[in-house]
Design a binder for this molecule. Structure first.
Ligand code: FES
Length: 103
């Protein structure tokens, strides 16, 4: 049985790892059946070479009194909202919108 170290530095066995993977697969199947949702990437093309897209904002340093940040992953000015969520919502029957930060 192989021993592995996860991102938190905890050791776990290969058997446990496989079990967790199997549980996630089962949960995904349940979600697909229950909600009719396809498992696919949320982010279609933004900064795909990065392992994780993370942005930080110091609210006191915002230049405008109100700044809209994208939550639909379709903005051409990501992480800022450019209104692309409107087109996405119309095309997909979705209801996503920006996060508004007020200074
Ligand atoms: S463009 Fe993504 S929330 Fe507005």
């Amino acid at each position: 049985m192989a021993s592995m170290v996860n991102t938190l530095g905890s050791r776990f066995s290969q058997t446990q790892s496989t079990s967790i993977s199997t549980q996630k697969q089962q949960q995904t199947r349940v979600c697909k059946v229950r909600f009719g949702v396809r498992a696919e990437a949320i982010n279609p093309e933004i900064r795909k070479t990065e392992p994780k897209v993370v942005d930080s904002v110091v609210i006191t340093e915002l230049s405008k009194p109100l700044t809209a940040y994208c939550r639909c992953w379709r903005s051409g000015t990501f992480p800022l909202c450019d209104g692309s969520h409107v087109k996405h919502n119309k095309a997909n029957g979705d209801n996503v919108g920006p996060l508004l930060l007020k200074k």
